[in-house]
Design a binder for this molecule. Structure first.
Ligand SMILES: Cc1cc2nc3c(=O)[nH]c(=O)nc-3n(C[C@H](O)[C@H](O)[C@H](O)COP(=O)(O)OP(=O)(O)OC[C@H]3O[C@@H](n4cnc5c(N)ncnc54)[C@H](O)[C@@H]3O)c2cc1C
Length: 463
């Protein structure tokens, strides 16, 4: 088989221990956080950019798929080897190469875990804002490839806003360096922006130069409980309409609160249907003013209870609750379709009402939470794969949700990417013309179609 020949050649070229065809490894790297599972022919563990280019050159020679992989925390099936081939893991490319305190930059290898970068720069009084809830596991390479958002995106933006320059290997094995270390730079096409969010389908990111900020002096955390989902959504829109932009503005519905209670033992008020978790940061005086304006806005939207975390430990307890939501949904049902739809913030009340309507129309179980301050809600339709009827109803509910979101002027994916999970719906948002032009870009980077094939583009068009 052609894959065996490619693997044999790589075994000759790479240092010992870099490639595994062992079944345990192939199973371990066959799935991501979606649970979708396809076996790769082999898993490769390069340690240097030179090794990445060798792997890509061999894959190109034998025309076999290359699937870049960070930590596999992706929620759209991006690192799943749907057409077999080589899963190329960045877990041995984990060096923070430089933290430049004068230029406010960090230079890192792609396998650096996001939370480790946070700790390293914060120890020097600096700050890297993108903070996906998976930050203790996910990698900078995966964040860049998905253009990951996170809890602080409402004030600080997403990964794209912090990538100054990238080195990446193209499928035929050449290395390209794009972007600048300077604050400005407009020479030619912006290849950094094309690579950010490209989901491993254009090239393999081998190094990133990231923008840093000064670390905020202090922060506050506020929890506000509401009697209905819609009133919580109105409060979000109300806060933004009052020209307050907190660092974080998260929505959690009652189903999610119950799962967190089950997972952590934390108690929540009996009458709470929804929780807003809000954080702001900055200079002490500014944060105090912001906190009182936020509390005023919450009260005017009829919050049932408003609590400010008394100290760092109390705040961390609340944020820990937020981070365990996604895995704790397994208490309701074994499987979930996790959508990360995003609408203009003023349309949030309409989105939340529409989700309730869709769940009841299709008789599906649903739990929602997410980055409400960005208009980005993670709508989870919960089901059991063994129940065919329920699976069908969930699929119909997902399509109905996508259509509503686009009608509301939103997008079908705010931060998780298209990957496998949403490729059948991409046409609803960008139409056949959008797909066609993106395919042309893909062909220019990857003429043989070996980079992460089977992702982003639909097999057939929906919508
Ligand atoms: C509990 C939980 C909470 C989450 N919370 C958030 C959140 O708040 N915000 C958010 O945006 N996401 C969130 N996610 C999703 C996920 O963590 C992000 O998409 C993350 O960026 C994926 O990083 P990873 O290292 O796990 O990448 P993987 O899942 O391994 O890969 C993701 C994609 O990146 C590509 N890729 C990886 N490395 C490279 C590279 N070096 N070069 C080119 N392509 C590469 C892969 O091919 C794949 O397409 C969450 C996931 C979980 C499980």
């Amino acid at each position: 088989m052609v894959e065996d020949k490619a693997i044999a050649k790589l075994e000759r070229l790479l240092p010992a221990g870099r490639i595994s065809t062992h079944e345990v490894d192939r199973v371990t790297y066959s799935y991501d956080a979606t649970g979708e599972k396809y076996m790769p022919a082999a898993v490769v563990f390069p340690e240097t950019e030179g090794e990445v280019t060798e792997i890509l050159a061999v894959a190109s020679e034998f025309k076999i798929p290359v699937i870049p992989r960070g930590a596999g925390t992706g929620l759209s099936g991006g690192s799943v080897p749907v057409k077999a081939g080589l899963v190329v893991s960045t877990e041995r490319m984990t060096q923070i190469l430089d933290i430049d305190e004068e230029e406010l930059l960090a230079v890192v290898e792609p396998g650096v875990v996001t939370g480790e970068l946070h700790r390293a720069v914060e120890a020097r009084g600096l700050f890297y804002p993108p903070d996906p809830a998976s930050l203790d596991f996910c990698t900078i390479g995966g964040n860049i490839a998905e253009n990951a958002g996170g809890l602080r995106a409402v004030k600080y933006g997403v990964t794209r806003d912090y990538v100054r320059a990238l080195r990446f290997a193209l499928p035929e094995g050449e290395v390209f360096s794009a972007g600048v270390r300077t604050v400005k730079g407009v020479v030619g096409y912006d290849l950094v922006t094309i690579m950010v969010g490209s989901e491993g389908t254009l090239g393999f990111i081998t190094q990133a130069t990231l923008k840093l900020l000064p670390k905020p002096e202090t922060k506050i955390t506020i929890a506000a409980y509401f009697a209905s989902y819609v009133s919580a959504a109105k409060a979000v829109a109300g806060i933004i309409a009052r020209k307050i932009l907190p660092a974080t503005l998260e929505f959690i519905d009652r189903q999610c609160l119950m799962c967190v209670k089950e997972a952590t033992g934390m108690e929540f008020p009996e009458d709470a249907m929804a929780l807003l978790l809000i954080e702001d940061d900055g200079f002490e005086e500014v944060v105090k003013r912001s906190a009182s304006a936020i509390k005023e806005a919450l009260a005017s939207e009829n919050a049932l209870h408003i609590q400010e975390a008394g100290d760092a430990a109390a705040a961390e307890k609340l944020w820990k609750a937020r981070r365990v939501i996604s895995p704790s949904l397994a208490y309701i049902a074994p499987h979930k379709m996790n959508e990360d739809v995003t609408v203009p913030r003023k349309k949030l009340p309409e989105l939340i009402a529409a989700v309730e309507g869709i769940a009841s129309r299709y008789n599906v179980r649903c739990a929602s939470f997410g980055h409400a301050g960005d208009g980005n809600i993670h709508v989870n339709f919960l089901y059991d794969k063994r129940n065919n009827d329920e699976v069908q109803r969930v699929k119909e509910a997902v399509k109905a949700l996508m259509e509503v979101v686009v009608q509301l002027g939103g997008t079908i994916s705010g931060e998780h990417g298209i990957g496998l999970a949403k490729k059948d719906y991409i046409g609803i948002e960008i139409g056949p013309e959008g797909i066609e032009i993106m395919k042309r870009i893909k062909n220019a980077f990857d003429p043989h179609g070996i980079m992460n094939p089977g992702k982003i583009f639909p097999d057939t068009l929906v919508g």
